[in-house]
Design a protein around this ligand. Structure first.
Ligand code: HSE
Length: 307
């Protein structure tokens, strides 16, 4: 039996426009790295050089490990070493990446051989700490990689391999994000929606699924249209309208908020001028006096054991 394991897990983008809390896509922009080491002293401790909570009850990876220890009645303590690369609070699935790496690592460390749905369910416990409620879109993408659909009651994650020519440009604005940002940005979403709007979103969401199944990047990109959540959240992102408009003009197929924001994601094909799209997004943010970092990326594989 191993005494130590290191896992890397990718960043992810949730919702993809109309698939609020249902769609997730792992992206190769950033990876968190987590090392779990068994210790004699029976406690969970966090070691990190990054600015994240070191109290295991407030740390997404810590919560996952504590819950798994309780569930499987393992006898050791665990030291969790975290190297955070996914920027926290920007809609890139940061908490999910650490939670996913922790669940996959614990499973392997104790040879539990959990199935995908159970791994995602454990990883989801970490999300509750940061978002206030459980949503599995980011963790499912981080655990499994590729494009995922979260089917609930019972939880059943459906994974589809993305087309190889799908590309994304992500603009991460240098903004101060509120504490508990996801909770705040979930609070602005309407509780009731019209039948008309739900039809528009349903039609685009189903077209996105068809796009992934048929490996049709164009269909995916042009269906990234959301008339419910994006309009309610966009005021939280200075310059959003301009960023979107610029990216579309520069050739992006579809543009929306990445997860709960404030990052903005443009979907495209490999053949597009991705640099031009990124620059157009940067200019869009600049019009609201906001600097941003842009990343050109593609879909990623899921969490992987490193050593
Ligand atoms: N689906 C979630 C939301 C993702 O949009 O609130 C949070 O990263």
């Amino acid at each position: 039996m191993r005494s130590k394991i290191t896992v890397v897990a990718p960043s992810s983008t949730a919702n993809l426009g109309p698939g609020f809390d249902v769609f997730g896509l792992a992206v190769n922009a950033f990876y968190d790295e987590i090392t779990l080491t068994k210790t004699k002293e029976k406690k969970v401790s966090i070691v990190t050089a990054d600015e994240i909570p070191t109290n295991p009850d407030k740390n997404t990876a810590g919560l996952v490990v504590k819950n798994m220890i309780k569930k499987f009645r393992t006898k050791d303590g665990i030291e969790i070493k975290i190297k955070k690369n996914v920027p926290a609070g920007y809609g890139m699935g940061s908490s999910a990446a650490s939670a996913a790496a922790a669940a996959v690592g614990f499973d392997k460390l104790y040879g539990l051989k959990l199935d995908d749905n159970s791994l995602v369910e454990f990883a989801g416990i970490g999300e509750k700490a940061s978002a206030g409620s459980i949503h599995y879109d980011n963790v499912a993408a981080s655990v499994l990689g590729g494009f995922v659909i979260v089917k609930t009651n019972p939880l059943n994650i459906i994974k589809i391999d993305p087309p190889t020519n799908l590309r994304m440009c992500i603009a991460v604005p240098k903004l101060k994000v509120p504490k508990k940002k996801t909770k705040v940005s979930r609070g602005v979403i309407p509780k009731k929606i019209s039948l008309k709007d739900s039809i528009v979103n349903l039609s685009n969401a189903t077209a996105i699924v068809a796009g992934f199944m048929n490996k049709d990047a164009k269909l995916i990109g042009t269906s990234i249209q959301d008339v419910i959540v994006e309009p309610a959240r966009q005021h939280m992102i200075p310059g959003f309208k301009k960023v979107k408009e610029n990216a579309l003009k520069a050739g992006a197929l579809g543009v929306t908020i990445s997860g709960a924001g404030p990052s903005v994601i443009a979907f495209s094909e490999r053949s597009a001028d991705l640099k031009k799209i990124s620059l157009a997004m940067t200019r869009g943010f600049k019009s609201s006096k906001t600097r941003c970092e842009t990343i050109i990326c593609k879909p990623s594989v899921g969490a992987k054991i490193k050593k």
